[in-house]
Ligand binder design. Structure first.
Ligand code: CAA
Ligand code: FAD
Length: 380
């Protein structure tokens, strides 16, 4: 593995860092409080190319590698994990899923608008009775010849109210279990498609999370992605890459908190000296840095595997497992280093601590990553 970043990588990382500092930082506390994310900011992210980074240029995408994407994810997440989850869902689940498995018409009609930020996407797998146990889909799509009729409820959907296009996973043939599942492109506003109230969350509060109800929604047959019965594999393959993005998000949250803690420890004085001169604080910083560097190597490795065409199910799951634990550990310690100031909003670390927790839950909980990892290592 070559760990040297190319000039292009550095340019992308710096552009994301600059955008995060100038555009995301100023309103981040207010967005967290109000649980909102202005449309203008989404548009700016689209204009700068952050919403379709890896997608094919012929459909408006940036044609970049996964390393570029994770560098941008880390920088955005250092400041605002609500912004980065939008970027993550749109890039690595929706755009990547359509680019890789959609047909020409679907790419022209949908992907080309999602890559530019003209439209935003959502990925809808989870249900009230099918979270970790994703094959237990209760949403049904019944084949009616030239269309399917979709019924059921999805929950916890990121971009639930702000998205325009939804990739919806549903059971088309119960007898066939996971082989009778399909994925569909559904548009906001179709008759029978209702968006539920916004969830009131602990963290990533700027990101809108909703349940969605489908009541006899007519979905044209041409909106099915891939061959009949491909939907579960579609979801799993797409999530394998998505998990690398969430690992990068966790890495960013951890690095953001670490940088704040390090700076603070060099300024704050107690017992006649800067607190970083107390070994208890210096050792915390040493532990944080070590854990973050290990996470960075694992995230890079998974992204590199994907770029090289290697299997990345295992490296992606390990990266997410480790980076999300790192995000939790580091943010808790960053609050501690800040003392009382760590407990109030203006110092940012309390928000990063709240944001960190979600990285152990979505795109497969840490327990699910251990299932993926253990099955993979035991198979060898
Ligand atoms: N790639 C391709 N195929 C895969 C696969 C992968 N990575 N993982 C599993 N499959 C296939 C299997 O090969 C199998 O197919 P065959 O029978 O043809 O071989 C089929 O899928 C079923 O696999 P399993 O028997 O392993 O299924 P399982 O019931 O044991 O579940 C699981 C496996 C890994 C636990 C899966 O259910 C899972 O990933 N659960 C977590 C769900 C999840 O991550 N949800 C995230 C929602 S999106 C989100 O959260 C977005 C966000 O927050 C921003
Ligand atoms: P459960 O599956 O009920 O799990 C409960 C607990 O049991 C967990 O600790 C879990 O790890 C453990 N557990 C379950 N099964 C096992 C097992 N076999 N072995 C060991 N432990 C196990 N989903 C989408 O489809 N799209 C989205 O955009 C999306 N965004 C989200 C945004 C937020 C803010 C949140 C909170 C969730 C989002 N999700 C989304 C859903 C998310 O992926 C699920 O919450 C997650 O997969 C866990 O499912 P669950 O909540 O049903 O928990």
């Amino acid at each position: 593995m070559d760990f040297k970043l190319t000039e292009e990588h550095i340019m992308i990382r710096d552009a994301a860092r600059d955008f995060a500092k100038t555009e995301l930082l100023p309103g981040v506390i207010e967005r967290d409080e109000k649980q909102e994310f202005p449309k203008e900011l989404v548009k700016k992210m689209g204009d700068l190319g952050f919403l379709g980074m890896m997608a094919s240029p012929e459909y408006g995408g940036g044609g970049m590698d996964t390393i570029s994407y994770i560098l941008a994810m880390e920088e955005l997440s250092k400041i605002d994990a609500s912004a980065s989850v939008m970027v993550s869902v749109n890039n690595s689940l929706v755009c990547w899923g359509l680019d890789t498995f959609g047909n020409e018409e679907q790419k022209k009609k949908y992907l080309s608008k999602l890559t530019t930020g003209e439209k935003l996407g959502a990925f809808c797998l989870s249900e009230p009775e099918a979270g970790s146990d994703a094959t237990s889909q209760k949403t049904t799509a019944i084949d009616k010849g030239d269309h399917y009729v979709l019924n059921g409820t999805k929950n916890w959907i990121t971009n639930g109210s702000s998205a325009d296009y939804f990739l919806v996973i549903a059971q088309t043939d119960k007898e066939k279990k996971h082989k009778g599942i399909n994925a569909f492109i559904v548009e906001k506003g179709w008759e029978g498609f209702e968006i539920g109230p916004k969830e009131q969350k602990l963290g990533i509060r700027g990101s809108d999370t909703h349940s969605l109800n489908f009541n006899d929604v007519k979905v044209p047959k041409e909106n099915r992605i891939g061959e009949d019965g491909f939907g579960f594999k579609f979801a799993m393959k797409t999530l394998s890459g998505g998990r690398i993005g969430i690992a990068a998000q966790a890495l960013g949250i951890a690095s953001g908190a670490y940088e704040l803690a390090k700076d603070y420890s060099k300024q704050r004085k107690a017992f006649g000296t800067e607190i970083c001169n107390h070994q208890a604080i210096a050792f915390k910083l040493a532990d944080m840095h070590t854990q973050i560097e290990a996470a960075r190597h694992m995230v890079m490795r998974a992204a590199w595997d994907k770029d090289q065409g290697n299997n990345y199910d295992l490296s992606g799951a390990m990266a997410k497992l480790h980076a999300s634990q790192t995000a939790m550990d580091v943010t808790v310690e960053a609050v501690q280093v800040h003392g009382g100031n760590g407990y109030v909003k203006e110092y940012h670390v309390e928000r990063l601590m709240r944001d960190a927790k979600i990285t152990q839950i979505y795109e497969g909980t840490s327990e699910i990553q251990k299932i993926v990892i253990s099955r993979s290592i035991l198979k060898d």
